[in-house]
Each structure stands twice: as C-alpha cells, then as structure tokens.
Ligand binder design. Structure first.
Ligand SMILES: C[S@@+](CC[C@H](N)C(=O)[O-])C[C@H]1O[C@@H](n2cnc3c(N)ncnc32)[C@H](O)[C@@H]1O
Length: 115
C-alpha cells in the first residue's frame, strides 16, 4: 500500500509497540536533489512526532548543526561516498557526504538484526 500524506498523520496512524519507521526527510542543508523545497519542511515537528511514538524509528539526515541539535543524544555518524547525483564528470563527483543515522534505540541492534 502506498500513501502520500503528511508524516504526522501517517506516523500517528501506524504507530504501535512493534512498529518501525524509516524516515528520509528533506535535508536541512540541501543536497542538490531536493524533490520538494527543504525550506518548507518542518524539521522540529518531525522531531516532536518521533519523540512520542511507541515504536521505533530510524532517520537518515544530513550532518548539520541543526540536525545534531534537534536529535542530541542518539545519533551515530556514518560516512557516505557519492550520492545519486555525484556522478563522474560533474562538479559533485567524488565528494564525500557525511550522513547521520538517528534512532530511538541502539543503532548497532539495527545492523545486527536480519530484519
Ligand atoms: C530525501 S527525500 C526522500 C526520498 C525517498 N527516500 C526516495 O527514495 O524516494 C524527502 C521526501 O520527503 C517528502 N516530504 C516533504 N514534506 C513531507 C511531509 N510533510 N510529509 C511526508 N513527506 C514529506 C518529500 O516529498 C520527499 O519525497
């Protein structure tokens, strides 16, 4: 089932103890391929919705001071070489982007799990 609705309505509708939400919101700093304006996205509202859920979430975000401040306490940092738009021959080729993975439970458990 594919839905196209505001994250708050979706998360609240499908939240329960065993729910798992992977969220890939627009970056706070932009990454060159925004499909919607990053300026319109309410990052604080997403943080507030996720803070109160019964289930689990994993968020991927740009490594920016705004994100680190919003999610102080539970992020790990990963390094990602090349995004989908960092192709050879472009001025973005071979750029290394730092991306944060943020979760409301120990992220290592995520990687050790098979599901
Ligand atoms: C970084 S992109 C995610 C791309 C996605 N992971 C994919 O592979 O296609 C951020 C997405 O957030 C969506 N978005 C923006 N505002 C939203 C909102 N209020 N509720 C839900 N999604 C929203 C945008 O439409 C965009 O598709």
């Amino acid at each position: 089932m594919i839905e196209n609705r505001d994250f708050e309505k979706l998360i609240k509708q499908y939240d329960f103890e065993d729910a798992f939400f992977y969220c890939d919101p627009p970056y706070t700093s932009g990454c060159g391929y925004e499909v919607t304006s990053t300026a319109d996205f309410d990052h604080e509202r997403l943080r507030d919705v996720l803070k109160d859920i019964k289930g689990h979430f994993l968020l991927s975000y740009d490594d920016s001071p705004i994100v680190r401040e919003l999610y102080k306490g539970y992020e790990i940092e990963v390094e990602r070489q090349n995004g989908i738009n960092n192709r050879e021959g472009t001025n973005r080729a071979n750029k290394v982007y730092k991306e944060l993975l943020i979760a409301n439970y120990p992220i290592k458990e995520l990687f050790n799990n098979t599901h």
